[in-house]
Design a protein around this ligand. Structure first.
Ligand SMILES: NC(=O)c1ccc[n+]([C@@H]2O[C@H](COP(=O)([O-])OP(=O)(O)OC[C@H]3O[C@@H](n4cnc5c(N)ncnc54)[C@H](O)[C@@H]3O)[C@@H](O)[C@H]2O)c1
Length: 262
């Protein structure tokens, strides 16, 4: 335990997920109060209970990031519980439907854009007033290789993650004078439930899941450093970006991909 985030108050979306929970645990171990926000309230509350046992203020809240009313409710709950504004916002929720352009429906397109891009706009709207009161803030988006190159496959996913490059710059430029930084962190192939499981927000079957050794190996070979990223690799970058070590970084993208985007 050290104190790189001592006195800070973080809200992490997708906080019950693979990268979200790794980030929440690391932030708590560095002294932050953590609001674990997820569409899955039961898992969010279970993680908050675990963090409380580490001795840090923590709270689990229900948040569907596609809904502006729920954003207001979640941020108010965190600020009331911690009696301080949220000064770190990490977006680690997201969605994908791994189908071709031909197969992607209008509803899939809207769902992915809502969860991966509009959500980030809504989240910024919800936290900026508090960050201004705090006199500081950091907003961290999760991109992907889709932020670098889009290729064939799920068009909405690549568009949403490339859109975050622009949203990050727009946010950074809009709020720099308020001492609010914004950074896009773009992981490569990360061994998480997003790629393994078959969840509503990220359906997989044998043709797409990394449970299939052929798919795992294809992603490993596409990573020059020779292994898939872990959730902790990504969490450490979320820690760096939120900390004062990154105090002059804003509007940038940091890749955590073992070279996969080269
Ligand atoms: N795993 C990878 O290889 C990889 C690579 C690059 C980027 N990403 C991005 O990371 C994010 C997913 O993180 P993960 O890999 O830890 O996945 P995960 O599936 O383990 O976790 C995602 C979490 O988000 C929650 N969630 C889903 N939809 C939500 C919504 N509408 N509102 C609130 N919470 C919601 C889920 O309940 C889950 O807890 C996505 O944005 C994805 O694009 C993943």
């Amino acid at each position: 335990m050290s104190d790189r985030l001592s006195g800070r108050h973080a809200l992490i979306t997708g906080g019950a997920g693979s990268m979200g929970s790794a980030t929440a645990r690391l932030y708590a171990s560095e002294g932050a109060s953590v609001c674990v926000a997820d569409v899955d309230l039961v898992r969010a509350q279970a993680l908050a209970t675990e963090l409380l046992e580490l001795g840090n203020p923590a709270l689990g809240v229900e948040l569907d990031v596609r809904d502006s009313t729920q954003w207001q409710r979640a941020v108010t709950a965190a600020e009331t519980h911690f009696d301080q504004p949220v000064d770190i916002l990490c977006h680690l929720a997201g969605a994908n439907f791994r189908v071709s352009f031909d197969e992607q429906t209008e509803q899939m397109w809207r769902d992915i854009l809502d969860a991966n891009l509009t959500a980030n706009f809504l989240g910024t709207k919800a936290v900026v007033a508090g960050m201004r009161r705090a006199g500081r803030g950091v907003i961290l988006h999760v991109g992907s290789l889709g932020s670098i190159r889009q290729g064939a496959g799920s068009p909405a996913y690549g568009v949403s993650k490339a859109g975050l490059v622009a949203l990050t710059r727009s946010t950074a430029a809009s709020y720099a004078a308020d001492n609010i930084r914004c950074i896009l962190i773009s992981p490569g192939h990360v061994d998480t439930n997003f790629l393994r499981g078959n969840d509503d927000h990220s359906p997989n079957d044998w043709t797409t899941s990394i449970e299939n050794p052929d798919n795992y190996e294809r992603r490993r070979q596409a990573t020059p450093l020779g292994r898939l990223c872990t959730p902790d690799d990504v969490a450490r970058t979320f820690l760096f970006a939120a900390s004062d070590d990154a105090s002059m970084i804003t509007g940038s993208m940091i890749t955590v991909d073992g070279g996969a985007g080269i």
